[in-house]
Design a protein. Structure first.
Length: 115
């Protein structure tokens, strides 16, 4: 499984960004897809995840601001990020887990929230 993420960038506080991650390869085996992030000097933490049935899970810090969605026909997961604040600044990593519980990671995309 290969994951290609896009959509990061620089945004002002209060602004919005949309991240996309397209999966290719043995995609038939993917169950969960999601996003993690790693800020400067911090560990990599879960932001949001969605399974093949559409159930979602969010970090408390992003609930009500971020929305994860999935287009199974396009093998793509999206993260709509609204009301961004400087604490959201991080490298965001696309993640997928297959039915054998093997984890796959995309290259990170930088999100910077600054005025």
């Amino acid at each position: 499984v290969q994951l290609q993420a896009s959509g990061g960038g620089l945004v002002q506080p209060g602004g919005s960004l949309r991240l996309s991650c397209a999966a290719s390869g043995s995609i038939f085996s993917i169950n969960t897809m999601g996003w993690y992030r790693q800020g400067p000097g911090k560990q990599r933490d879960l932001v949001a995840a969605i399974n093949s049935g559409g159930s979602t899970n969010y970090a408390d810090s992003v609930k009500g601001r971020f929305t994860i969605s999935r287009d199974n026909a396009k093998n793509t997961v999206y993260l709509q990020m609204n009301s961004l604040n400087p604490e959201d600044t991080a490298v965001y990593y696309c993640h997928a887990r297959d039915l054998r519980y093997i984890n796959y990671w995309g290259k990170g995309t930088q999100v910077t929230v600054s005025s």
